[in-house]
Ligand binder design. Structure first.
Ligand code: 13P
Ligand code: SF4
Length: 346
């Protein structure tokens, strides 16, 4: 597989750029021209001139790359089964229904919708059209500031944990945040609690990161005194409160890279990235372990295999584009507005 991929990669040089998210397995990410967190990869997608972008990541990332790419470029997701369970937790019709209910309550006029990158293009378009924007885990605080400069309230989709963690770190008390359950009338809230709330959090989560528990942090503290605990902001509120640092995948890597030799870290994020960091930084005398001993795998990221990558690339050599991700034009316009706003927010 390695030889075949290397060969087609060489044949397609200049025509293809391969983007790899940090959660990809080693056998795949070794072929990435650029690796990064969602923010960095969307920046690259908006800047590259290559006619084909092969996205080794998940569906919402490939969709965003398609929205941000120039006309004539085509985005390929090597396995269409590479979705994201969190993105599936907010359906566009549910979000429209939520907005309608908030309009009837007279709240929507003073509310900015902000969606996490991990959502469908339709939801990004909804946010763009309603004066809102997209954010990633690396610029969520900037997106909150952007939204609060325009309205006194914010609807955050679809990850309640990232929304709560970001709001709290910016000084918004938990009592001013409510959770919207799309399967309940008024999201399971009273009209008064919705009127009082500054942040309305969609009831979505990442099944991978939600597995980390406060007990895991306590166990590490007891077993390895001095070890720093660093976690992704998709982790639960209690876990993020107990951690020493919270950040996007790129930020977590930077924290370890900048630490002096002899430092040690327990990392709360996807296991492929943690294992890679453990190996990479062992050479610099740094210890990296996973926060939860049973490890935490994103099965959908894992769907991208060397075989799928090879198949997609060999088809390109034959002049066939397989697994193209193409966002419909009507959705593209407003999704682009929301994504462009994101790229301007730090
Ligand atoms: P990052 O933007 O931090 O890479 O996160 C993407 C993601 O899906 C985490 O689950
Ligand atoms: Fe989605 Fe979670 Fe996987 Fe990220 S780690 S792609 S949020 S399921």
């Amino acid at each position: 597989m390695d030889e075949r991929i290397a060969r087609v990669r060489q044949e397609l040089a200049g025509d293809v750029v391969i983007l790899g998210h940090h959660y990809q397995r080693d056998e795949v990410i070794q072929f990435a021209d650029y690796r990064g967190d969602s923010y960095r990869l969307s920046q690259v997608a908006s800047q590259t001139g290559a006619p084909f972008i092969v996205f080794c990541g998940v569906h919402f990332m490939a969709e965003s790359a398609d929205v941000l790419s120039h006309s004539g470029q085509q985005v390929i997701l090597p396995d269409l089964g590479a979705g994201c369970s969190m993105a599936d937790m907010a359906d566009a019709t549910q979000v429209e229904d939520c907005w309608e209910q908030l309009e009837k309550l007279g709240i929507a006029g003073d509310l900015t919708p902000v969606t996490y990158m991990n959502s469908t293009a339709a939801i990004k378009a909804f946010c763009g059209e309603h004066g809102g924007l997209v954010c990633t885990s690396s610029n969520a605080a900037g997106a909150f500031r952007w939204a609060f400069a325009r309205s006194s309230k914010l609807l955050f989709l679809p990850d309640q944990h990232l929304g709560r963690n970001t709001g709290f770190s910016m000084g918004i008390p938990l009592s001013e945040m409510v959770v919207w359950d799309p399967y309940m009338l008024l999201g399971g809230n009273t009209p008064d609690s919705l009127r009082r709330a500054r942040v309305i959090l969609w009831k979505g989560h990442c099944s991978v990161h939600q597995r980390f528990l406060p007990e895991h942090v306590e166990r590490v503290r007891a077993r390895f005194p001095g070890m720093r605990v660093i976690v992704h902001p998709e982790c639960r509120f209690d876990v993020c409160r107990k951690a020493d640092d919270v950040g996007s995948t790129d930020q977590l890597i930077k924290i370890i890279a900048q630490a002096p030799p002899g430092s040690s870290f327990a990392v709360g994020t996807e296991i492929h990235l943690v294992n890679r960091l453990a190996q990479q930084f062992r050479r610099e005398g740094k210890k990296v372990i996973t926060l939860d001993e049973s490890g935490c795998l994103c099965t959908t990221m894992y769907r991208i295999s060397p075989q799928h990558l090879c198949w997609a690339m060999e088809n390109l050599v034959e002049g066939r584009v397989v697994n193209r991700i193409s966002v419909p034009q009507d959705v593209k316009h407003w999704a682009r507005v929301a994504l462009d706003r994101m790229l301007q927010v730090q």
